[in-house]
Design a protein around this ligand. Sequence first.
Ligand SMILES: N[C@@H]1[C@@H](O)[C@H](O)[C@@H](COP(=O)(O)O)O[C@@H]1O
Length: 333
Amino acid sequence: MTVTVSTESSVIDQQLAEARAAIAALPTLERVFFTACGGSYAVMMPNEYFVSSRSTSLETAAFNAAEFTARASRRVNSQSVVILCSHSGTTPETVEAARHARAAGALTVAFTHELGSPLAEAAEYVIAYQHGEGKSEAYVAPSLMLRLVAGLLDDHEGSTHGAAVDAAVASLPSVVPAVKAKYADAADAWGFSYRREELIYTMASGSNYGPAYSFAICLLQEMQWVHSAAIHAGEYFHGPFEITDVDVPFIALLGLDETRAIEERAVKFLTAHSERTLVIDAKDFGLDHLDESVRGIAAHLIFGVVLRTFADALADHRGHPLSVRRYMWRMDY
Ligand SMILES: N[C@@H]1[C@@H](O)[C@H](O)[C@@H](COP(=O)(O)O)O[C@@H]1O
């Protein structure tokens, strides 16, 4: 059995504080870019939503790392922060994006599980998040990135997101086990019922699009070899709703952020025309204790956990472990 050793939480707190202080010390900050690949890119999406919907002065964008480098935007410069993420720290596109951003004069902050990895070497600041056995839900990549971004906004604009986000993240170690237990039976029943399904779509908007995207491309396509696509709930009525039918499976997310009405409109149509829709509503996550100002942006942290519970159940009933790959990491590509 592989034992995954994670960095101590006190060390991670120090890394987070150092990265935040370095960003605050920039003479001018105009832009925050987020870039990564695959599941790590999906982690970026809610953070781009957070900056975009809350900031009064900063430009922001999230890119696949290969495209970030290929675009070679001249707006990536000394007035920019570039936040990167790679679990392994070895994904070549993400390492290259860090080198590119640094050469362009941007401040680079990398989230990775692997200290000493090429990405950790390439970036100026590194936050080594926890993963695997013994991890704390407060110290995984999505939680830490949200804390960094809230702190960045507070430092730059005098906002007060940090305390509420920190409190939300600190509550995760108690919220997550309860949520997992709550969905265990539903996930098992869904996994059994959908075990022979060849195609399952996902749908969401706003800060929850990232988890929907990650479930479609990482868990269904990569890890289960099930056809899928993440459909933006606002885009649903502009093409995708034509494939809706009684027997076409969807997982539709209802979040708590400003875009919930967009998701509700799509779910209303979907459930009227399909008998195979699983709706996961963040109102059922038990997040009422969180400050209302951050409940919406915190919900994606729980969607990730809940969707993983469904993926574990599906993998179990399909007899197809989530670790199996045909091509990834097995050959040159
Ligand atoms: N599901 C993801 C993939 O989408 C990603 O390509 C890969 C490398 O990612 P990272 O750069 O985070 O190591 O890891 C995971 O398996």
